[in-house]
Design a protein around this ligand. Structure first.
Ligand code: ADP
Ligand code: MG
Length: 256
């Protein structure tokens, strides 16, 4: 079974509990959105799924492909097919976009077949070029240092380029819409949409409904205070846009 199943997840940062019993199932091939106010723990969930060492899991499990992935190192999770597009991608001066992606692609190939010699250079270049065209990225980007001096939109495109090249089975997009103007948002969303399919589950984490006009989710979850408190269809996102989060907060707290 390659659904992603999060069970009663509790996570603390520096002794403060941020995720407080989060439950979530992302079935294979579906696109789910997680919406919630700032500071509610959305990025904490994303980092925890990827295995960031600062986030301490105090309780709960996360299953993917019959494994509790919380027991795996971040690179093992990546090789298993989990991908995170960061809210704040970090710069890696000295490492070009192309080399970064190529080494990631090659380590994936070697994990599948230890005697693999790596992706042939021409094939790799052709494939990167094709994906960059799709994302309307200038070809010169491949030779630039990763995220070094990139604008917000360029960083987000670079994240989706990595996703397109790595072909994950679960992609977590943490506020990929933030800082994007409408054209960049459309381009990035189209990039994600072309990757959609029965083999890819996507978790679109967002503060705003806007990106969900372009990446249509199967299910929308509302997160508040470290838990999923409401789930529904895509109309739930519109509802939140109109009414804000207070009505959910009141509902959760049992206030009339
Ligand atoms: P969201 O992505 O929903 O805006 P976050 O997961 O980034 O929320 O943050 C949830 C809470 O955890 C916030 O109160 C934030 O201040 C705190 N937090 C996040 N990262 C750290 C960190 N590295 N150290 C201390 N507190 C943190
Ligand atoms: Mg965040």
């Amino acid at each position: 079974m390659s659904d992603l199943v999060v069970k009663n997840l509790h996570v603390s940062i520096e002794g403060k509990e941020i995720l407080k019993g989060l439950n979530l199932t992302l079935p294979k091939g579906e696109v789910h959105a997680i919406m919630g106010p700032n500071g509610t723990g959305k990025s904490t969930l994303a980092y925890t799924l990827m295995g960031h060492p600062s986030y301490e899991v105090t309780k709960g499990e996360v299953y993917f492909k019959e494994k509790n992935i919380l027991e795996l190192e971040p690179n093992e999770r990546s090789l298993l097919g989990i991908f995170l597009a960061f809210q704040y991608p970090v710069a890696i001066p000295g490492v070009t976009v192309a080399n970064f992606i190529r080494s990631a692609v090659n380590s994936r190939r070697r994990a599948e077949n230890p005697s693999d010699k790596g992706v042939p250079l021409l094939e790799f270049r052709r494939s990167v070029k094709e994906k960059m065209e799709l994302l309307k990225m200038d070809p010169s980007f491949a030779g630039r240092y990763l995220n070094d001096g990139f604008s917000g939109g360029e960083k987000k495109r670079a994240e989706i380029l990595q996703m397109a090249m790595l072909k994950p089975e679960i992609a977590v997009l943490d506020e990929t819409d933030s800082g994007l103007d409408i054209d960049a948002l459309k381009t990035v969303s189209e990039g994600v949409n072309t990757l959609r399919g029965p083999e890819l589950g996507v978790l679109v984490i967002t503060h705003y409904q806007r990106i969900l006009n372009y990446i249509q989710p199967d299910v929308v979850h509302v997160m508040m205070d470290g838990r999923i408190v409401e789930s529904g269809g895509k109309e739930l996102a519109l509802h939140l846009e109109e009414r804000g989060y207070d009505w959910i907060r009141e509902k959760v707290n049992g206030v009339a």
